[in-house]
Design a protein around this ligand. Structure first.
Ligand code: ADP
Ligand code: MG
Length: 280
C-alpha cells in the first residue's frame, strides 16, 4: 500500500545525474578515438501530468536526452527513473515518441499506420480498426483513413503520427521537435491541437524544441540547456500563463512577452556559443 502510494506520486521521468559520452568523429572538434561529452550530470524531473519543454541551441544534446528517456540510449553514467522504477534494459514502455523526421510507413494507409502499434500488441484486428478510426477522427482526419502518406499534406501526416502515438494510450509522451518542418500556420494549428489533446487526458509530456516561443506557449515549465559540450540545465521557468491557451493569441500578451524576455536573456548566450561551435 505504502509502495503503491510512493509510485503514484513519483515523477513520470527523473533524470539522475545523466551523462552521455560519444566517440568523436575524426576531424570534428578533435581527432578520432577521443570522447565527446554531450550531456553531463543532468538531473531533471517531469511530474506526472506535467508539460515540460526543454530548449537549447542546436547540437547541445536535446535529442540525446530524449533518447535516454525513451530507453534508446543508455547513459554513460547516471540513471533514469520512470514513475519511480529504474529504466534498465529495453525501451521505455510507458512512453510514446514522435520525432522530427517523418516516420509513417509509405506503403500503409493512414488507418493502417495508426493500427500498426495495436496489431503489434496483439489486439484483435476489428477492435484495432475501431480504435484507429476513432483516433483519426480526434486528430481531424475522419474521411482520410484510406489515404497513403504521399496523398496527405505535411500537417496531415503529423496528425497521423500523433494518432499513431496516442492510440496506444502512453502515460508519457516524448516529442522531439515534432512540428519544426511545418510551415508557420500549420505549426500553430498543430500546437493548438496537441494542447487540446493533452488537456483532455493529461499525459506527462517532455517536449524538445529549439524554439522558445513554442516552448513558452505550450508548457507548464521551460528548462534551458547550456551549449555543449557537457550540456546541462542552467535555468528553469514556471510558465503560469492561463489555460486553455491559444498558442498564437497567447504570444501577444504582456505576460508572455515578459517571460520570453526573461528566458531569452539566459538562452541568448548559449545560442551564440552553440553557433560559434558549429562554425569550428
Ligand atoms: P540536439 O538535439 O540538441 O541538436 P543532439 O542530442 O542530437 O543535439 O547531439 C548532441 C551532441 O552529441 C552533438 O554534438 C552530436 O554531434 C553528438 N552526438 C549525438 N549522438 C551521437 C552519436 N550517436 N555519436 C556521436 N556523437 C553524437
Ligand atoms: Mg535534436
Amino acid at each position: 500500500m505504502v509502495d503503491a502510494m510512493a509510485i503514484q506520486s513519483a515523477p513520470a521521468i527523473a533524470f539522475k545525474k545523466v551523462t552521455c559520452c560519444f566517440p568523436k568523429a575524426a576531424g570534428k572538434y578533435g581527432s578520432a578515438g577521443e570522447i565527446y561529452t554531450a550531456v553531463k550530470d543532468v538531473s531533471l524531473e517531469i511530474k506526472d501530468g506535467e508539460f515540460v519543454s526543454v530548449v537549447g541551441p542546436t547540437g547541445c544534446g536535446k535529442s540525446t536526452l530524449l533518447n535516454v528517456a525513451a530507453g534508446l540510449i543508455r547513459p554513460t553514467s547516471g540513471t533514469i527513473d520512470i514513475f519511480g522504477a529504474s529504466l534498465v534494459g529495453g525501451t521505455n514502455r510507458e512512453a510514446g515518441y514522435m520525432f522530427q523526421a517523418e516516420s509513417l510507413m509509405a506503403w500503409r494507409t493512414a488507418l493502417q499506420n495508426v493500427m500498426v502499434g495495436l496489431e503489434y500488441q496483439g489486439m484483435d484486428a476489428a477492435k484495432a480498426r475501431d480504435r484507429a478510426i476513432g483516433w483519426l477522427a480526434k486528430v481531424g482526419l475522419a474521411g482520410f483513413e484510406d489515404r497513403y502518406p504521399h496523398q496527405l499534406s505535411g500537417g496531415m501526416r503529423k496528425r497521423v503520427s500523433l494518432a499513431q502515438m496516442l492510440v496506444l494510450d502512453p502515460r508519457i509522451v516524448l516529442l522531439d521537435e515534432p512540428f519544426s518542418a511545418l510551415d508557420a500556420q500549420t505549426r500553430v494549428l498543430m500546437e493548438n491541437e496537441l494542447l487540446a489533446l493533452w488537456a483532455a487526458n493529461r499525459k506527462s509530456v517532455l517536449f524538445i524544441t529549439h524554439d522558445l516561443e513554442e516552448a513558452i506557449s505550450m508548457s507548464d515549465r521551460v528548462v534551458v540547456l547550456s551549449a555543449g559540450p557537457a550540456t546541462h540545465p542552467i535555468a528553469e521557468f514556471e510558465i503560469d500563463l492561463p489555460r486553455p491557451r491559444d498558442v498564437s493569441e497567447i504570444r501577444l500578451t504582456e505576460q508572455f512577452l515578459k517571460l520570453h524576455h526573461e528566458i531569452w536573456d539566459v538562452m541568448k548566450e548559449e545560442v551564440l556559443k552553440g553557433y560559434a561551435q558549429s562554425k569550428r
